[in-house]
Design a protein. Structure first.
Length: 115
């Protein structure tokens, strides 16, 4: 049985070593997360992306949608859309990003919604 290549035992040993390496990396990462949460981490890089304020009503009109329709697309309540349009609240997160895309590329969004 003198075949070419590594024995099953060697392959298993290497796989176990790789699993240990991954486990060590995960534990190291979790320690960094905990240190950051405690405010102890000083070597942490933080990336912040600023998404400009969005005119929700203008974006909605570009899609020719009602408030109810836009609410369904964004998975929010119609009351939330009304609140954004009146300026009582501002969209955040994914909704804000999608509204920004709607402002700039409404046709692309409409195509994506139809497909």
């Amino acid at each position: 049985m003198g075949g070419v290549g590594r024995s099953d035992r060697t392959v298993r040993a290497q796989a176990e070593d790789e699993e240990i390496d991954v486990g060590v990396d995960v534990i190291r990462g979790l320690r960094h997360v905990l240190a950051h949460a405690r405010g102890d981490a000083h070597d942490v890089r933080q990336h912040v992306v600023q998404v400009p304020v969005v005119d929700v009503k203008s974006a909605r009109k570009k899609l020719q949608m009602s408030q109810d329709e836009l609410a369904r697309v964004l998975c929010v309540s119609p009351a939330t859309v009304r609140s954004w349009e009146r300026g009582h609240r501002r969209p955040e997160g994914a909704a804000r990003v999608l509204l920004r895309v709607i402002e700039r590329e409404p046709d692309a969004v409409l195509r994506a919604l139809r497909d």
